[in-house]
Design a binder for this molecule. Structure first.
Ligand SMILES: Nc1ncnc2c1ncn2[C@@H]1O[C@H](COP(=O)(O)OP(=O)(O)OP(=O)(O)O)[C@@H](O)[C@H]1O
Length: 296
């Protein structure tokens, strides 16, 4: 069964189309990255999944349950970390975790609280209003992990965390993923996506531009830099190579096919030097976000 299914999801705020007919599926046990520039529609998608807002059109389902109609049941299986953490000012960290423990019927709450308080260096007696941004984020993280959710929906979970806490968070996420939790991770951090996610959707202006496999085994595009006095690359362009940059003596090309074919194609050129490397996610990200259309 798919863990998350989104079909034709659309959200309009008057004339502003925040989500434009998006389709996505996330498999059970996946770590799915969700990445896009500011205002792309990431939080809107998440808010529809959690029934915080009603979509204008379309369907969002989690484990076969409708995000809107079955939101009460879904709250029992989804752990959520918001991008901005707001709790009542006067409640303490301990009180929040106890409420979560009661709601989810955590039998070993005391033990779990002691574990997570130590892992994330929380001060249980502190009131929320006394906490810094990063410490409030840590409370939300612990609150989402403590009941072993079936699905974790994380909206920029590392923003505000110091590097040690970011590392601890990913250790905990790996543990929960190994236990079978499906993770939906919205982030601006390309490194997190590259090193942690199995697949990633790129969203811009409310539209899904592309969904990429992140796992090893996937052959990334190659960036091929050629040096030579009289480089004739028109034949390569006709074969689908894309010119990324060009000077009198250098040409950088983007190529996505077999390495054997690449070497054959290059053997017909007068080249002084060649450098071949994999396109990294940052370049992929920029090529997807730069300009009005998806470049391929
Ligand atoms: N309550 C609202 N009223 C009107 N427009 C809204 C509202 N909430 C979001 N939007 C608009 O919807 C679009 C998507 O916003 P959203 O918050 O989903 O983006 P995001 O990808 O999460 O951005 P960021 O990375 O900056 O958090 C934006 O154009 C935003 O201005």
């Amino acid at each position: 069964m798919e863990a998350i299914v989104i079909e034709g999801l659309t959200k309009k705020y008057k004339k502003n189309v925040a989500l434009d007919n998006i389709n996505l599926t996330v498999g059970q046990g996946e770590i799915f990255g969700f990445i896009g520039p500011n205002g792309a529609g990431k939080s809107t998608t998440i808010k529809c999944l959690l029934d915080f807002i009603k979509p204008t059109k379309g369907i969002a389902e989690i484990y076969g349950l409708d995000a809107q109609k079955d939101s009460e049941s879904l709250k029992r299986i989804i752990g959520y970390v918001p991008s901005d953490v707001h709790y009542y000012n006067n409640v303490t960290v301990e009180e929040i975790l106890k409420m979560t423990g009661k709601f989810h019927g955590i039998h070993n709450l005391k033990e779990m609280m002691a574990y997570y308080v130590e892992r994330f260096e929380l001060e249980p007696k502190k009131k929320m209003k006394e906490l810094s941004l990063g410490n409030r984020k840590k409370v939300a993280i612990v609150n989402s992990l403590i009941f072993d959710p079936e699905v974790l929906i994380l909206d920029e979970p590392t923003s505000g965390l110091d590097p040690l806490m970011q590392h601890r968070l990913f250790e905990e996420l790996s543990y929960h993923h190994d236990e079978g939790t499906t993770i939906f991770l919205s982030t601006h951090n390309l490194h997190e996506v590259e090193s942690f996610c199995t697949r990633t959707a790129f969203i811009r202006s409310g539209k899904i531009l592309s969904v990429e496999e992140m796992e090893t085994g996937h052959t990334p595009a190659k960036v091929v830099k050629l040096t030579g006095a009289a480089l004739q690359v028109e034949a390569l362009q006709a074969k689908g190579y894309r010119v990324l940059s060009r000077t009198d003596t250098d040409v950088s090309l983007l190529y996505q096919d077999s390495v054997k074919q690449l070497l054959t194609d290059l053997s017909f050129l007068e080249i002084d030097d060649v450098e071949i490397r994999n396109q990294n996610l940052e370049e992929k990200f920029l090529s997807l976000y730069d300009g009005g259309e998806l470049h391929e």
